[in-house]
Design a protein around this ligand. Sequence first.
Ligand code: FCB
Length: 477
Amino acid sequence: MSNPASPQSTQLLEDGAGSTFPSGFVWGAATAAYQIEGAVAEGGRTPSIWDTFSHTPGRVLHGHTGDVACDHYHRFSDDVKLMAELGLKAYRLSVAWPRIQPDGVGPGNQEGLDFYRRLVDELLEHDIEPWITLYHWDLPQSIEDAGGWPARDTAFRFAEYATLTHAALGDRVRNWITLNEPWCSAFLGYGSGVHAPGRTVPAEAVRSAHHLMLGHGLATQAMRAARPDHEVGVTLNLYAVSPQTDSPGDADAARRIDGLANRFFLDPILRGSYPADVVSDLAAVTDFGHVQDGDLDTISTPLSFLGINYYSRHVVAAPLEGVAPEPYWRAQSCWPGSEQVRFVTRGVPVTDMNWEIDAPGLVEVLQLVHRDYPELPLYITENGSAFVDELVDGQVDDGDRLGYFDAHLRACHTAIASGVPLRGYFAWSLLDNYEWAWGYTKRFGMVYVDYDSQLRIPKASARWYAGVIRRNGLTAQ
Ligand code: FCB
């Protein structure tokens, strides 16, 4: 894993004064509809797979649901003011498919579209550039009932929804992300079942990945045709992956997990082919009969940028003779064909998600993507950490989160200085919110949310991030 370097550090300042980012660097924060909006039965919205899943006993910790979440649907105007106070230049939000197409098909629901129009207008009035993600996991339940992502037709349904949403908001929004983390939708939703809709059929997970990417390609073509001046990309959750030792068995484990987590999405989307080694790892799971002629051309429709969500590194090892894999989500069937791979913990500091903190992994991921796809502009569309926050005298002093952001932004700076065209960074997340199967137990926000009163309290990390944005850089360590 050696990396190319073509320094462009003339743009960057790195001296005793700290690290300055290129001018025009996009400083943002991100959220997702189901995690913050609430108001699940208002404005014509129908249930998504996450409503069904969260209301099914045993699926989500403590039975938490997104019914109210941060009540952002009613409080968006104050939330945008908060963003403006922090000086955000951009905000990545997702639109809820079941608000816009309550039946999963047919014309757009005016009330749903109006909500997003008001939100977008509010952002623009505050000079905050909206970045819209079309699919952040909330598939209309009616589409799941008709087969969900394992069904090919869902790709076409998604393209229809994307096209009408883009047509309705495209006069105000020029940055579009088709999918958020298709690995999670496919392999956690249909493989390990820890995410909605909770199915556990490995072959369906692989089919889902294909149909998600096909939907992405179709949507990209439609949006590009309608507005060639718009920026259209996709967000992948990429991991740094390394073997525990340099043994051939550990190297094979790393190849397998890098293959399924990263290359299984990067290669079709950016090169128009599936990685041959991963196809062969999956031979006992599927014969890829679901891939039709022309699909990969559609899937590899050129992009304006790639969005990368980075949280941690996977350190992996060969199976141990006679020892069952650790019963942890990462070792379960979200890795079809490679379930035997062991995920190793190194004893380094972790976040409240138990994810190892590894900022150098971010430099590695950025440099590897840039090495393989040198022309592609990159954005970090999510990066952040959950920690147990304590509200003391009305303040949250989240030094651990602040340290995480600082280390990862330094990693971004290092990558840019080595020639990576990283154009922006969206912190995850603006607000504490509904962390999927973990409910409200994990706080990722720069802004603390008191879920009883819905009071928002900017944490120390939010004030710090505001300073980073103001200075367009980091101060000396
Ligand atoms: C990502 C998701 C996002 C959030 C963070 C912590 O996988 O895209 O919604 O849950 O993880």
